[in-house]
Design a protein around this ligand. Structure first.
Ligand SMILES: NC(=O)c1ccc[n+]([C@@H]2O[C@H](COP(=O)([O-])OP(=O)(O)OC[C@H]3O[C@@H](n4cnc5c(N)ncnc54)[C@H](O)[C@@H]3O)[C@@H](O)[C@H]2O)c1
Ligand SMILES: O=C(O)C(=O)C[C@]1(C(=O)O)C=C[C@@H](O)C=C1
Length: 377
């Protein structure tokens, strides 16, 4: 990426920090600069070696930068754009990571000199946890990353940004700004609203005390409700038109379902459940669907320090290459579960035998097309 000698991140929280950390980890050789309104984040970023230089002012941050990445809440953009506009160098590319794209393009048009190349961006990876402490160099690995050029964006800018996205370990997907907002309303924003409503339903129904009994179902469907409230409030309002359409569909589907229940239409309820299962089963597991499938092993382990080390050590001792490893949140509690993905069925079989033989008696195999029903024991 020798066309970007200096990259500046404005906002060094979960997303900005993870990007800088990913570039460092993956061998980016240029200069990384961080500016954050909370001085602590950029001090920490410098201390941890995620950035090379901590800027104290926005002017200083963008001076000579080839790429400037806005990683703050969208609500802060107007003020930031106003301040950086006179200091961006002419050939600089400006991008952002905000979760809504139409409104951002409008904002940029109002504040930035048209000579500056702007291209919106949005990584489809994140967390319900925020701040630099939650940042991870691997956050974007195998994630899709939307790029939303406008009519003024030249092809060279799109190509450079595609290279940038790949250098984070992610997969660029180029779409229009409004199309992006339509897609993300369906796959992210409305699901977030649903998680919030499901969680608050407990309160309305006087069931908050029952939350302690929640198993995987409640945890899986509501994890994201722990996300940053201010960030999500912004997302809902910035993508208001698409949200309103999604809510209308939700309301219609709920009332249709109520009628089916009231009229005892069991076959139609079953059809709905089957349809949802078919769609949900088609969601790629952790990897985009054009990536090779992985062969999974799930190990039930005790929740104690060092257990992950023992697992990976055992795999290393037998020269087994773990392609993916994940702690399954749905099994929080005293007993935890770890999922490991292997490249071939043969390696999966070998790992199964090694783990069982190595004292991990509660080890299960899952074929790439299988679900929980097909666990081998
Ligand atoms: N959290 C996610 O899952 C996720 C995923 C993809 C995209 N996004 C988008 O990324 C953006 C940042 O989200 P995040 O999760 O990294 O948030 P975050 O709270 O972890 O980080 C935001 C950082 O911006 C800083 N900041 C706030 N106002 C500022 C200003 N005026 N000038 C400079 N710094 C300022 C904050 O101090 C903080 O360190 C949001 O626009 C969000 O829509 C979030
Ligand atoms: O995994 C999560 O915690 C997320 O909420 C990430 C998630 C999403 O997938 O909806 C949330 C918002 C962002 O704009 C992009 C990604």
């Amino acid at each position: 990426m020798d066309f970007f000698n200096k990259i500046t991140f404005i906002g060094l929280g979960l997303i900005g920090g993870s990007m800088a950390a990913a570039l460092k980890k993956r061998g980016y050789g240029g200069e990384l600069v961080g500016y954050d309104a909370s001085g602590d984040a950029s001090i920490e970023g410098k201390k941890w070696g995620i950035i090379d230089h901590k800027a104290d002012t926005l002017k200083d941050a963008v001076a000579d930068a080839d790429l400037v990445v806005l990683c703050t809440p969208i609500a802060a953009y107007a003020q930031i754009l106003k301040e950086i506009s006179p200091h961006l160098k002419n050939e600089a590319i400006l991008t952002d990571v905000g979760s809504v794209k139409g409104c951002v393009a409008d904002l940029v048009k109002g504040h930035i000199n048209p000579n500056i190349q702007f291209i919106g961006g949005h990584p489809m990876a994140g967390s319900e946890k925020g701040g630099l402490k939650a940042a991870s160099a691997t956050l974007f690995e195998n994630a899709y990353y939307f790029l939303t050029p406008g009519q003024e964006t030249v092809n060279g800018t799109v190509a450079k940004m595609e290279t940038f996205v790949k250098s984070l370990g992610a997969y660029p997907v180029v779409v229009g700004q409004r199309e992006h907002d339509k897609i993300t309303a369906r796959i992210s924003h409305i699901p977030h609203l649903a998680a919030v409503i499901l969680t608050n339903l407990l309160d309305r129904e006087g069931g908050v005390n029952s939350v302690a009994f929640a198993g995987g179902g409640f945890r899986d469907t509501t994890r994201i409700a722990s996300g940053n409230p201010a960030m999500w409030k912004d997302i809902f309002f910035y993508n208001k038109e698409e949200m309103l359409q999604g809510i209308q569909s939700l309301e219609k589907m709920l009332s249709e379902f109520r009628e089916l229940l009231e009229k005892k239409k069991e076959d139609q309820v079953l059809d709905l459940l089957n349809k949802a299962k078919f769609i949900r089963d088609g969601v790629p597991k952790g990897l985009p669907d054009y990536m090779p499938p992985l062969y999974d092993i799930v190990v039930d382990v005790e929740d104690r320090p060092g257990i992950l080390g023992e697992l990976t050590q055992l795999m290393g001792d037998h020269s087994m290459n773990i392609k993916e490893i994940e702690i399954l949140h749905a099994r929080e509690g005293e007993q935890g579960a770890v999922r490991m993905g292997f490249a071939t069925a043969q390696e999966q079989e070998q790992a199964f035998l090694v783990l069982r033989g190595g004292g991990f008696s509660r080890t299960y195999m899952k074929g790439e097309k299988n679900d929980a029903d097909s666990e081998s024991c």
